[in-house]
Write a protein that binds this ligand. Sequence first.
Ligand code: CU
Length: 256
Amino acid sequence: MRHPSVAVAEHYDQEYDLFYQTLIKELSGIVQQAVDPRLIAERMSRQFNITESFENYYLLNGRSFPYTLRDSLIVAGDNETLKLRVGNMQRSPVALHIHGHKATITAYDGMELPEVQQITRDVFDIAPAQRIDLALKTQNNGVNSYGPGLWMFHDHVPDGTTTDGMEPGGNMAILAYKGLLDERGMPKRHDEMLSQVFNKDYYAKNKPVWLQGDFAKLLGDAGKMAPNYVRIVLFGLSLGLALGIILYVLRARKEV
Ligand SMILES: [Cu+2]
């Protein structure tokens, strides 16, 4: 298949920085629990064991979802070329994926790549401490962009979109086309979702898994719904009645 040309841009309409970082609860807790630097040093390098620890918080530009929607929103117009400077400041690799787009890598660690090495793809692997530059074109040509929308972008490593083990969270963010933002600069048509996630209860894990829409009301919370015995009995009766009718019809046919 022939792809439209994705030659490097000489000119960028906009530039964005995306820095990925994580926090380890246990490690961050150490500096909160002691004021004596000797104690902190001892606990960090003698008691804390990084090989037995987990990254708990995944941040994009210092914030986790939903604050990424407010502080790390990428806003694009049609037929633009955006430069994204991406840095992996966390200890695990980042597999950056932008929905509905294929970006082109133009530099590794500040070094421009020769044109033959400027590849266009869905997912970019970024090793810890590595920086990459991406050229993101918003031409709706089925390759660079699949058209205007509110497109999510996030780390494809599943941990990356969690906050303290809860999904959705972490570095989940949005690339929004102009015209799809409201007066406050927030993604349009997501008011219900926004009001649910910008909420203390959400991160206290007190919100049901089914966040929004009519399904939420239908599904309720598992384990919290009392069985409706009237419905169960009625279901059994109607099933019995249906079977009875079928058997009756089958018999009547045989006799004919
Ligand atoms: Cu995704």
